[in-house]
Write a protein that binds this ligand. Sequence first.
Ligand code: PRP
Ligand code: URA
Length: 209
Amino acid sequence: MENVTVFTHPLIQHKISLLRKKDTGTNEFRKLVEEIAMLEGFEALSDLPLEDVEVDTPIETCMTPMIAGRKMAIVPILRAGLGMVPGILALVPSAKVGHIGMYRNEETHEPMEYYCKLPHPIEERTIVVCDPMLATGGSAVDAICRIKEYGGKNIKFMCIIAAPEGLKRLAAAHPDVQIYVGHLDRELNKDAYICPGLGDAGDRIFGTK
Ligand code: PRP
Ligand code: URA
């Protein structure tokens, strides 16, 4: 799958292992999600365009590269994607933030959209869609379809843990989208939870259930 990057960086792997522990509490869990998102974002945004601008240093005036324009959008898939936003915003504080609300039907595991608000104009922006969990892939596939309907073109997807099933489905449905995965896990169980996974990411970030 040409459009997929699976991270091997030891810091990302270490932090994901801490996330998996069932006794990692909400506070630490949130911090880890934020840190992993920042580490992944550092690599995922390595192709942001630069432009030379004039800067006065204490020594002289020089032309020096800065990120071109202020045209990025971060789009978390609610709820769990919200946990990744601060980490990416730490890298690009000027990014706009859109939201897509999706929840999985517990029986069919099909995603249901309940909210969508994207920054305008979306077609000119580099869009980073984030969600810690890529399980069946249904939520990510549908969220990206929706963003494309609104005109989104240059789209990246960042997750922390993926199941092989969901990764394959997303890469096939959106071959134009660059996908970044913190760790590729073994499989889905009969309830479409990722194994070994980390449980329900939304509940662990927000302390629900
Ligand atoms: C989780 C997760 C993803 C989705 C992944 O959200 O955050 O959005 O499941 O599953 P999929 O790849 O099979 O679609 P959930 O539906 O539990 O909603 P929540 O974040 O509001 O808890
Ligand atoms: N959503 C989660 O939060 N965890 C999983 O393992 C699968 C979907």
